[in-house]
Design a protein around this ligand. Structure first.
Ligand SMILES: O=C(O)C1=C[C@@H](OP(=O)(O)O)[C@@H](O)[C@H](O)C1
Ligand SMILES: C=C(OP(=O)(O)O)C(=O)O
Length: 425
């Protein structure tokens, strides 16, 4: 599918889409629990749908009841010898240790960009917990055979926090007394989100400074009611659209959320956008924007909206944390440089720093998403202040996290035309 976005003014209000980070964690916890969990405001993006299918294949019964998802489970009891995590990095890294709770050989696969993302962590770590693991040279598919035993272990947290999220979730079901020690943990707020979710489902972990995670007694997940929060990662694009091209009110965003990408507020403030923050509604409006400096090491998904913002700030913006971008859906430092380059915005990559030379004028152009949802969304936002339309190839990439994105842009007054088939991967 291609999407063409015309330059134009933004105005109106919209409700944030559900957070896929929260939704996938809730599905995993519901699978681990005994009984029926009710998920309100469920996410239905591709990553969330993949999580629901994994939960079903691992033994849960999933039902859509009106606006809710009901998950009934008795814990992990796989129906099949294979699960497929779609394109979700969190999905595969979280569900692999969870699947390993079963005493059965299971193949774990995925598609699209997920098949090129590193999984060798599991070969290093899971055997120490009694799980045998075979991979395809550190990539998918994985073949694992549990059952996983929760023991004291030390892991490296520098590549991704998602592996730790998976271990924490799995340990929550079986640990009696065990400690996970993590060196050099990145994306810490995502771990805070995991711990918050586990506690909501009745499992407590003692967090010692994001370095040691102590399980102090046998616990079990409790089925419960859970409402998925609005997604700061997706909303960041709308808030930036408002800051550069008009005004918007975004509802269902919790300013007290554990989500790391609420840090977009810090960037908007530094850039000088007009902001009116409420508890659950954020109003952002355009004003003279200035370049800013920000460290996005712990909120790497903010790079694409930050670049769209920086492209509109007169001068050079510096964003730290480029090393976190290499293994996402695309190598995002490079893909942002390439696609914004086509729109006339120069980006220099200098080790861990990204320099975005903004205020030089955004040109209408034909760009490519690289099958990366956040690159497509960043280009769409950049189009709003371009000197001509921006056409995005492989624009359906947004379905991974935010299928409503183009509709929401239109709801805010943008002109978006889509045509062509959705390419399946
Ligand atoms: O736990 C999560 O929900 C996520 C963690 C982050 O990954 P890393 O921990 O690899 O930075 C983030 O980039 C990803 O989109 C979602
Ligand atoms: C990197 C992302 O997700 P994941 O790692 O879960 O695939 C993302 O949503 O930008």
């Amino acid at each position: 599918m291609i999407a063409t976005i015309q330059p134009g003014h933004i105005s109106g209000n919209v409700t944030a889409n559900p957070s896929k980070s929260a939704m996938q964690r809730a599905v995993a916890a519901a699978l681990l629990a005994t009984g029926r969990t009710v998920i309100r405001n469920p996410g239905l993006s591709n990553d969330c749908l993949a999580a629901l299918e994994v939960a079903e294949n691992l033994g849960a019964m999933v039902k859509r009841v009106g606006e809710e998802i009901h998950i009934t489970s008795k814990g992990v009891a796989p129906f099949y010898d294979e699960i497929n995590c779609g394109e979700s990095g969190l999905g595969i890294r979280m569900f692999t240790p969870i699947t390993a709770l079963a005493d059965r050989t299971i193949t774990i696969s995925g598609h699209g960009s997920l098949v090129t993302r590193p999984m060798d962590f599991f070969e290093q770590v899971l055997p120490q917990l009694g799980v045998s693991v075979k991979s395809n040279g550190g990539k998918l598919p994985l073949e694992i055979k549990g059952p996983l035993q929760a023991k004291d272990i030390t892991i490296d947290g520098s590549l991704s926090s998602q592996f730790l999220t998976g271990l924490l979730m799995a340990f929550g079901s079986v640990a009696e007394k065990a400690t996970i020690t993590v060196d050099n943990l990145k994306s810490k707020p995502y771990i805070a989100l995991t711990l918050q979710l586990m506690e909501h489902f009745g499992v407590k972990v003692k967090n010692e400074n994001f370095e040691k995670f102590h399980f102090e007694r046998a616990q079990s997940y409790r089925a419960c009611e859970y409402t998925v929060e609005g997604d700061w990662s997706g909303a960041a694009f709308l808030l930036v659209a408002a800051a550069v091209a008009g005004k918007a009110e975004v509802h269902h965003l919790n300013t007290q959320s554990a989500q790391s990408d609420k840090a977009i507020m810090e960037a908007l403030e530094k850039a000088g956008a007009d902001i009116l923050p409420g508890m659950f509604t954020i109003i952002v409006g355009k004003s003279g924007l200035q370049p800013f400096e920000i460290d996005a090491t712990d909120c790497p998904d903010l790079f694409p909206p930050l670049v769209a913002l920086a492209a509109n700030c007169k001068g050079t913006t510096v964003i730290k944390g480029v090393s976190r971008l290499a293994h996402k859906e695309s190598d995002r430092g490079l893909t942002l440089q390439q696609e914004f380059g086509k729109m006339g915005i120069r980006i220099d990559l200098d080790g861990d720093l990204m320099h975005v030379h903004g205020g030089t004028g955004i040109k209408g152009a034909r760009v490519f998403s690289h099958n990366d949802h956040r690159i497509a969304m960043a280009c769409a936002v950049a189009a709003l202040t371009a000197d001509g339309p921006v056409t995005i190839d492989n624009a359906e990439a947004i379905n991974k996290s935010y299928p409503e994105f183009y509709d929401h842009l239109q709801q805010l007054g943008a002109t978006v035309a889509t045509e062509g088939e959705t390419v399946k991967h």
